[in-house]
Design a protein around this ligand. Structure first.
Ligand SMILES: Cc1ncc(COP(=O)(O)O)c(C=O)c1O
Length: 207
């Protein structure tokens, strides 16, 4: 008899958090707290502290987080935002939602990440921002990307929606050092998202 391998089986992951998630969910339902409230405020302050940044804003999904960050930087019609050509459609969508134009940069053939050279080549006179996307468990080389962004005087945003927890330790160091804005997703706080992820826009120097 041949064994049956289920196409999708997340039980190994979900069983580890099931009891605490269900207990929190029961409390939220009992309190009728579906938007905002103490739970979200706690999440925002704890996440900001973890990332060593003054503010974290809880949002419904990664696309909203990216759009919020872009709007906080006054990105809109007439602006071009460089993004890696192979990112998930939401990165470009968030740019388009602000009225700005996504400009696609090439990526490194080995890592499939946008490098400093790729960013440099894609920047035009209309470019006001770029979004580095951490993909496939790898961090983009932020030191090199920041150097290019600073040389051109453009904003640099990180899309870490595809990132795993192993990346956040590095991300928070980056954030403490030079990030204006960082957008990320993490497990938990996700009752209002389709794939049970919480999201936060992290802002460390919003005036
Ligand atoms: C790289 C990247 N950015 C942004 C998003 C958008 O996140 P959400 O689906 O939570 O809006 C995704 C979603 O998969 C993504 O992979």
């Amino acid at each position: 008899m041949s064994p049956t391998v289920p196409f999708l089986d997340l039980t190994g992951m979900t069983s580890a958090v099931r009891d605490s998630v269900f207990a929190s969910w029961s409390e939220l339902v009992a309190d009728n707290r579906f938007v905002g409230g103490q739970v979200i405020e706690d999440f925002e302050s704890r996440w900001a502290a973890y990332c060593q940044t003054p503010f974290a804003v809880g949002v419904a999904n990664g696309t909203d987080a990216l759009e919020l960050v872009l709007r906080a930087l006054d990105i809109g019609p007439g602006d071009e935002v460089v993004i890696p050509a192979n990112s998930f459609v939401a990165t470009a969508e968030a740019v388009a939602l602000t009225g700005a134009t996504p400009r696609f940069a090439d990526v490194d053939p080995d890592t499939l990440l946008m490098t400093a050279d790729c960013l440099d080549e894609a920047i035009t006179a209309r470019t006001t921002a770029a979004i580095a996307v951490h993909l496939y468990g790898q961090l983009a080389d932020m030191d090199a990307l920041v150097a290019v962004a600073q040389r051109h005087g453009i904003h640099l945003i990180e899309d870490a929606v595809f990132g795993g927890m192993q990346q956040f330790a590095s991300l928070r160091k980056l954030c403490a050092r030079f990030l204006k804005l960082l957008e990320c997703t993490l497990a938990g706080d996700g009752f209002n998202t389709p794939h049970a992820c919480g999201n936060a826009a992290l802002i460390d120097d919003l005036q």
